[in-house]
Ligand binder design. Structure first.
Ligand code: FHN
Length: 428
């Protein structure tokens, strides 16, 4: 193991660029419906307990029936590999307070269901076998089952809540279990810190550092204690953000499984998001919500498989890519991702005849332009127009896209990118 620096710690994250989020818990059994009625779709379907103000004693009954017989960790992680994801982040405990693992801290866990299997353990082992970085989501503040956890004001009196008691009784010891019993955890994904007291957040961060010094902490621990910035849900910044960051995204409009949400993003929208995020220096964490039987919805599967096929051939332009700090992010054809000594043009909207793409005021000399999938060399010209004091790079693409999702061209350059005048770089 090399020197323990922040750069070393972040290395896998910066290389990965694309991870798969899995929201799965008791709520998957309900799929957004309670007693035959659809519960508000304002929040994701994983919020059903809170949105439907379901009494804790009634919600608990789901655990008595929870038996997702189709759940197969090996198959799920095989799929993550096929999808091209490099890490998997699983909801060990979401806001409903139900632990999806064998917790000695609270009986409100998956071992006390007809299913009775430790899903976290099965996923951890399956990830380890396939070289997928295993990460865990843990809701540290909200817990709708615990009388002292944040959020449940329909069963419990807000005024009587003792958050500190909850923290020491449940949250802290559960995080300790998760970081002790499941091998190496790549990242612990805390969420909704709201007004969690600073000293307890500090203590939680310290606990993670003590138990697994290399485990990353998501920005949603709050108070800047995370190792990277977590963007808002389904949010991509407008410009490159020159720090470590991640955008968590849904594939439809919910995190937890919903029987009625069919608003799926297409594979081409996902690739577009990926290029957009990675070109600006971030990671995309894309969500799957398995159903009550433990199956990945077929629609998600098909979409993510297409993305995986794209990555199989074009992964070089995504994995380990670096931000294109000053590249124009709004142009007519797509976007760019970078690597030292080269950048990748991702042609998402293919140009019409004469199939030409221009980047203005890129000063760096271009050595070669090739298509990543086929190796075909593309013609290009670089010129400087004296009267307009303007540099022009023009690349000529073939008549037809080599990939309907994204035609990627590798632009090899002499040295790092330099621009004539940052105010005037644009692409068309
Ligand atoms: O409330 C949660 C939500 O259910 C989901 O887990 C997302 C994922 O980023 N985080 C919270 C909302 O931001």
């Amino acid at each position: 193991m090399g020197e323990h620096t922040q750069d070393n710690k972040m290395a896998w994250f910066r290389q990965a660029r694309y991870g798969i989020f899995i929201h799965w818990g008791l709520y998957a059994q309900l799929g957004g419906f309670w007693k035959g009625e659809r519960v508000s779709a304002f929040d994701g379907a994983e919020w059903i307990m809170r949105d439907g103000q379901i009494p804790v004693e009634e919600y608990r009954q789901i655990a008595k029936e929870f038996n997702p017989v189709d759940f197969d960790a090996e198959e799920i992680v095989d799929r993550v590999v096929q999808y091209g994801g490099k890490y998997l982040c699983f909801t060990a405990k979401h806001h409903d307070g139900f632990a999806m693992y064998d917790s000695k801290v609270s009986d409100y866990n998956i071992m006390h269901t007809p299913f009775g299997r430790d899903v976290v353990k099965e996923l951890a082992e399956a990830c380890q076998k396939r070289g997928i970085v295993f990460c865990l989501y843990y809701s540290q503040m909200q817990d709708w089952e615990d009388p002292d956890g944040d959020g449940n004001t329909w069963d419990y009196d807000k005024e009587k809540k003792d958050f500190q008691a909850y923290f020491y009784r449940k949250a802290r010891p559960q995080v300790e279990e998760l970081l002790t019993n499941y091998g190496k955890i790549g990242m612990i994904w805390f969420d909704t810190p709201y007004d969690m007291p600073r000293d307890l957040s500090d203590e939680l961060a310290q606990l993670v550092h003590d138990l697994q010094p290399e485990c990353l902490i998501s920005g949603r621990i709050g108070y800047g204690l995370g190792d990277f910035r977590e963007m808002n849900d389904n949010n991509i910044p407008h410009n490159a953000f020159m720090e470590d960051w991640e955008s968590p995204m849904t594939l439809n409009n919910t995190w937890g499984y919903s029987r009625v949400d069919h608003h799926w993003k297409s594979a081409s929208q996902v690739v577009r998001m990926l290029v957009n995020v990675v070109g600006k220096g971030g990671n995309l964490l894309l969500n799957i919500g398995p159903d009550g039987r433990g199956q990945i919805p077929q629609e998600s599967h098909e979409i993510l498989l297409q993305v995986g096929k794209f990555l199989e051939k074009n992964g070089e332009s995504i994995y380990g890519a670096i931000p294109m700090a000053d590249m124009p992010y709004e142009n007519q054809w797509g976007g760019c991702t970078g690597k030292p000594g080269r950048f990748y043009m991702h042609v998402l909207d293919y140009p019409d005849e004469p199939y030409e793409i221009r980047i203005y005021n890129l000063k760096t000399k271009v050595k070669r332009v090739t298509l990543l999938e086929t190796g075909e060399e593309l013609k290009f010209v670089q010129l400087y127009e004296i009267a307009r004091d303007e540099y022009r790079f023009r690349a000529f693409f073939p008549e037809k896209p080599v990939n309907a999702l994204d035609t990627v061209a590798v632009v090899e350059t002499e040295g790092p990118l330099e621009y004539h005048d940052l105010r005037t770089i644009y692409a068309k």
